[in-house]
Design a binder for this molecule. Structure first.
Ligand SMILES: CC(C)(COP(=O)(O)OP(=O)(O)OC[C@H]1O[C@@H](n2cnc3c(N)ncnc32)[C@H](O)[C@@H]1OP(=O)(O)O)[C@@H](O)C(=O)NCCC(=O)NCCS
Ligand SMILES: CC(=O)OP(=O)(O)O
Length: 332
């Protein structure tokens, strides 16, 4: 059974309420029908009922999903008051709070905040910034977690990579140029995601760079070296090595040549990229040229599960991220 099949089975057994703010987006509509039909979660589509109907060009059966129009919802005033109380110190007025909560992305995070939904998936038409900003403002970070970051669960058809083809890549979507401290936090959060979501029993975390063990000297390398030191200090029980080039992280012979004796080099199953440029390009290359499934971006460190999509996602990608979100919701 593939990892995604296992995640879908788990999602079916927990039956969570997952809100999809892009209710009038055709792939989202198709995914909602599949999720309902397969019993993966109870889905809530947000948007104007007529617009949703018009966007349902394949005429899929949406009877298993709930449709809510934020602009006419009886909950709008309650959410607007909550939002105003939360954000008034930022200078927002009650009128602005009401307008903001009519936006499906804000309405969705208010549903989660008010325990009317267990998680949210969006991003088939919105950028990552627009998708995550409402969650960062309303849901916020889990206590004790310094930053929200993201990871992709990569499932490659060649089982020689990672654990049976499954690897975790981070941060490919949220933090643009993390500091050494932030990179260390991303590594530790990704180890947790590897165990909890990707089923990786023994995370081997490679802190990636264009240098392996001092083969190049540059401040960008220094950042990865410092992040590795901090991550090891913060989580001495984890197998972390860096700085490593991608070939040293993945290929045994190269790993042992460039970083002899390392437990991670040649066996990495969690790849931590030095910044979002490397991470975002890296995951898309492995997905598009390498033929891997890329599930995510899955957020790490938010107080409740909110997950993003790539605008290039397929219907099946949306189904997978909803299943992953339902599984995450189980532990909140
Ligand atoms: C995620 C992102 C949108 C946040 O940036 P932003 O909207 O400019 O955020 P701001 O700095 O105005 O912060 C907004 C709120 O989010 C919080 N926040 C921002 N980044 C955060 C993080 N990584 N972790 C936790 N909180 C964060 C801020 O503290 C702030 O909270 P407040 O309003 O309650 O004070 C930004 O980091 C971004 O654009 N990342 C890249 C996204 C992207 O383009 N990805 C590529 C494709 S996947
Ligand atoms: C994750 C990501 O890269 O999203 P998008 O393709 O929508 O920019």
């Amino acid at each position: 059974m593939s990892l995604m099949d296992k995640i879908k089975e788990k999602a079916k057994s927990v039956q969570k309420n997952i809100v999809l703010p892009e209710g009038s987006e055709p792939r989202t509509i198709e995914a909602a029908a599949k999720i309902a039909e397969q019993g993966i979660a109870h889905v809530i589509l947000l948007g104007d009922e007529k617009e949703i109907e018009a966007a349902n060009t394949k005429k899929v059966d949406l009877s298993g999903a709930t449709i809510i129009n934020p602009a006419t919802s009886p909950k709008l005033d309650e959410y607007a008051n909550m939002f105003y109380e939360m954000r008034k110190s930022k200078g927002i007025t009650p009128e602005q709070a009401k307008e903001t909560c009519k936006d499906t992305l804000y309405y969705a995070v208010m549903m989660i905040k008010n325990n009317d939904a267990d998680g949210m998936v969006s991003g088939a038409i919105h950028s990552t910034g627009d998708t995550l900003r409402p969650a960062l403002q309303v849901i916020k970070t889990k206590p004790g977690v310094p930053i929200v970051s993201s990871c992709f669960i990569m499932e490659h058809p060649d089982t020689k990579w990672g654990q049976d083809g499954v690897m975790v890549f981070a941060d490919c979507a949220v933090n643009i140029d993390p500091t050494a401290e932030e990179l260390a936090a991303i590594a530790i959060a990704s180890a947790d995601s590897a165990k909890a979501l990707a089923g990786i029993d023994d995370p081997k975390i490679a802190m990636l760079s264009f240098s392996t063990k001092n083969s190049a000297k540059h401040e960008k390398v220094d950042k990865v070296v410092e992040a590795t030191r901090l991550a090891k200090e913060m989580a001495p029980e984890l197998n972390i090595d860096g700085e490593l080039q991608a070939d040293a992280a993945l290929i045994e012979a190269v790993g042992q040549l460039k970083s002899p004796g390392s437990k991670v080099a040649g066996h990495a199953n969690v790849l931590i990229f030095p910044d979002i440029q490397a991470g975002n390009i890296g995951y898309k290359l492995v997905q598009r040229l390498g033929g891997a499934d890329a599930i995510g971006p899955v957020c790490q460190g938010l107080a409740r599960p909110v997950n993003d999509l790539s605008r290039g996602c397929s219907v099946e990608d949306i189904v997978s991220v909803v299943a992953m979100t339902a599984v995450q919701a189980q532990s909140f």
